[in-house]
Write a protein that binds this ligand. Structure first.
Ligand SMILES: [Zn+2]
Length: 149
């Protein structure tokens, strides 16, 4: 199946089907991953961009001074946050998969919220058309493919 050739609505519906199916198959190990992420990010507080040295280092290595989505300086957009491209609420087993993480500003993170990836692409396409190419380029293709197993 070639995901590139599918329309957004079709992809969104596909991802929903996959997500719902997987959700019933979550194991204890999946929830351990989920907790592992919380520890990695929140060990000493509630700052959204990592409080362990390792998570702070990861953020430094994987971001510059500007949010990749809105291209604003982080200082005027609530700071940096670690976002899960595929939301933890739907894909907890991907919590610690680094292909699923990216650094975006707090405002963009809050706006993205718990949207499914394709729902988010569609949202950006409709509401912030200029940002769409960047968001599309950030699509976690490998992870979305892995969901088809
Ligand atoms: Zn932003």
């Amino acid at each position: 199946m070639n995901l590139e050739n599918k329309g957004l609505r079709e992809l969104f519906s596909l991802a929903n089907q996959i997500g719902n199916k997987r959700y019933h198959k979550l194991t204890h190990q999946d929830f351990e991953k989920y907790r592992e992420f919380d520890y990695w990010r929140y060990v000493n507080g509630d700052y959204e961009c990592g409080t362990t040295q390792e998570s702070r280092d990861w953020v430094t290595e994987n971001s510059d001074s500007y949010c990749p989505i809105c291209e604003q300086h982080y200082s005027v957009k609530g700071g940096k946050t670690i976002d899960h491209k595929l939301p933890r609420s739907q894909y907890p087993w991907l919590s610690m998969n680094f292909h699923n993480l990216w650094v975006i500003c707090r405002d963009c993170n809050q706006e993205k919220s718990e949207m499914n990836w394709y729902e988010y692409e569609h949202y950006i396409f409709v509401n912030y058309h200029d940002w769409y190419p960047v968001v599309k380029a950030a699509r976690p293709k490998l992870l979305l493919h892995s969901l088809k197993d």
